[in-house]
Design a protein around this ligand. Structure first.
Ligand code: SAM
Length: 214
């Protein structure tokens, strides 16, 4: 992944943000040692942002689309009150096995429910509202995930979408591939959606924050 800011600025920002838990640090190290594409995990700086957002909106229920080895799910769980819940969607059993092992070790792991299978099907089957919805799975479905998330979002909730600057590829016209095109389409749809207010943050690979228009 291309860095949007220098390594020094990234390190400084991380050092001056909420630190990651010991268990998240260990999970991150194992993911880097043993998994393909370990850079998919949000890491400590974006993790701090997710935890802070969870606290600011006083979230009780979080929905995550794309769990991987469970790093961001654990960040959410750590930021939630005791009775809080994280529902997280994943399609890959190998990643889920790692995640489950770490959830079992964490004092916050019992807040997390893993829903295996295509996330869009899971989202369509859900009949509940969520205070934070984090979209971080297959890019071709981003617009579908966004549309369903609007229906599942609680009145004061926030939708967070990862990788919306896509290594800077969003600037390339025409888009070089389907995933870039899907992210461009999502960004245009959100920016022109009269129902919501949005801000793109240049953290990591670009993080889109979306709330209902007040
Ligand atoms: C970028 S990773 C998620 C990283 C995770 N949020 C973190 O920060 O630790 C995306 C994950 O979405 C999963 N995924 C891809 N397509 C999916 C689908 N259609 N339904 C559910 N999960 C999917 C992948 O297997 C992968 O583990």
């Amino acid at each position: 992944m291309k860095a949007l800011v220098s390594a020094e600025i990234e390190a400084y920002a991380t050092a001056h943000s909420m630190g990651e838990s010991e268990i998240c640090r260990t999970l991150r190290a194992e993911t880097h040692q043993q998994m393909d594409c370990p850079q998919m995990l949000v890491g400590p700086l974006e993790g701090a942002l997710l935890k802070l957002l969870t606290q600011i909106v006083r979230a009780a229920h979080v929905l995550e689309i794309g769990m991987f080895t469970g790093y961001s799910a654990l960040c959410f769980a750590e930021a939630l009150p005791k009775e809080g819940t994280v529902t997280t969607c994943e399609i890959d059993e190998t990643s889920a096995a790692v995640a489950r092992r770490y959830f079992a070790m964490s004092p916050h792991g019992q807040k997390i429910t893993v829903r295996m299978g295509p996330a869009l099907e899971t989202m369509r089957a859900i009949n509940a509202h969520y205070d934070v919805i984090f979209i971080d799975a297959d890019k071709q479905n981003y617009l579908n995930y966004y549309r369903r998330s609007k229906e599942l979002l609680s009145p004061n909730g926030v939708i967070v979408i990862d990788n919306v600057l896509w290594d800077g590829e969003v600037l390339v016209e025409p888009p070089p591939d389907e995933r870039t095109a899907a992210i461009q389409e999502l960004n245009r749809a959100v920016a022109s959606d009269p129902d919501v207010s949005a801000a793109v943050l240049t953290i990591r690979d670009g993080v889109l924050l979306i709330g209902r228009k007040v």
